[in-house]
Design a protein around this ligand. Structure first.
Ligand SMILES: Nc1ncnc2c1ncn2[C@@H]1O[C@H](COP(=O)(O)OP(=O)(O)OP(=O)(O)O)[C@@H](O)[C@H]1O
Ligand SMILES: [Mg+2]
Length: 322
């Protein structure tokens, strides 16, 4: 089946300004296919180019080079056809503060060409979906950040898009709204919608995504299923054991345990042993048994498994969140 989204050599150079005389090349030639029914997360730190990419995909910014094909239509050549098919939830909340939640949905619904009974029904459905039916008559400027976010998401769904782009929809919201937004993304996907989700939270990408693209400095530096990305970088699990006295002896014992590839003192703490293993949790019982046989009882035990953060660190030498 052809992908629902095809990104071809997408580039954006912003106009020259005081900071950059030749103009900032914010997106440097991204190629990416997204399949029908996927939740795809674009994970990257501040300034990576997520919003610039989404803005070009939704026709808000003209690409400097390249194109995006959505459901067979080019955003460059057929923006109207594309816009019928996509719902956009922008990073910055775009609502009229003095209108009610329903007032905003009605306003944006009319812009999408909905009217009459269809518009009313769609507003009801969307209000139900975002969990704000009982607050629909209240003004946006009396809403919490999380409630505004949910209305912002509702606006993006009004015209029953095939694909929805959500640009960091959980930034600055309370934990409860965050939970409800993540659940809403899963529910939309369950109903068949393809979702492109941007975030700089590794945990969100891990929870939601079928596949993840890691973006940094305008380039897609990795793309795939979380497990495959972690495997590709070849990071091992680490077992951290706080030993205290006679840790050198414990280190020698741990090193010889089957399943342990290597063991060293933790940087700057020679009371602590760091052992590496292909499967840390699997190796742990034998490690504890061997230590116990020699009279060692660790004060603390931690198994650290590589995650998307480790993949980012491995590829860039930096942490995802600074
Ligand atoms: N209108 C603009 N003019 C010039 N440079 C811009 C403009 N908008 C963004 N940039 C630059 O482009 C780069 C990518 O920015 P973008 O907003 O796409 O990143 P992002 O991944 O969405 O970041 P965040 O997580 O902070 O939202 C940054 O270096 C940013 O400073
Ligand atoms: Mg952004």
């Amino acid at each position: 089946m052809t992908p629902i989204i095809e990104i071809h050599n997408l580039k954006k150079r912003y106009a020259p300004n005081a900071e950059s005389r030749e103009g900032n090349l914010a997106v440097k030639g991204i190629n990416l296919d997204i399949e029908r029914g996927e939740i795809f997360s674009l994970l990257g730190p501040n300034g990576a180019g997520k919003t610039t990419t989404i803005s070009m995909m939704s026709g808000l910014l003209t690409p400097t080079e390249g194109d995006v094909i959505i459901d067979g239509h080019s955003i460059v050549k057929e923006p109207i056809e594309v816009k019928k098919r996509i719902g956009v939830v922008p990073q910055e909340i775009a609502l009229y503060p003095e209108l009610s939640a329903r007032g905003n949905l009605e306003f944006f619904g009319k812009m999408y060409g909905l009217s009459g009974a269809d518009l009313a029904r769609r507003c009801d459905e969307v209000l139900e979906f975002i969990g704000l039916k009982d607050r629909q008559r209240e003004r946006i400027d009396t809403f919490s950040g999380g409630m505004k976010r949910r209305v912002n998401i509702g606006v993006g769904l009004l015209h029953r898009p095939l694909v929805v782009f959500m640009d960091e929809p959980t930034v600055g919201v309370d934990p409860q709204s965050r939970r409800s937004i993540l659940d809403a993304v899963k529910e939309l996907n369950r109903q068949g919608m393809t979702v492109l989700y941007t975030t700089h939270y590794m945990e969100e990408a891990e929870e939601l995504s079928d596949r993840v693209g890691i973006i940094d400095h305008g380039e897609l530096i990795a793309c795939g299923k979380e497990g495959d990305l972690i495997q590709q970088v070849g990071e091992k699990d680490a077992i951290l054991l706080k030993i205290g006295e006679k840790a050198a002896e414990a280190l020698e014992i741990v090193r010889r345990v089957p399943g342990i590839d290597s063991a060293t003192f933790e940087d700057g703490d020679d009371g602590k042993v760091r052992a590496l293993a292909g499967r840390g949790r699997r190796a742990l019982p034998a490690v504890l048994k061997a230590l116990d046989d020699s009279g060692f009882l660790p004060q603390s035990i931690e198994v650290i498994e590589p995650n998307l953060e480790s993949v980012f660190l491995h590829l860039t030498g930096r942490a995802l969140r600074d």
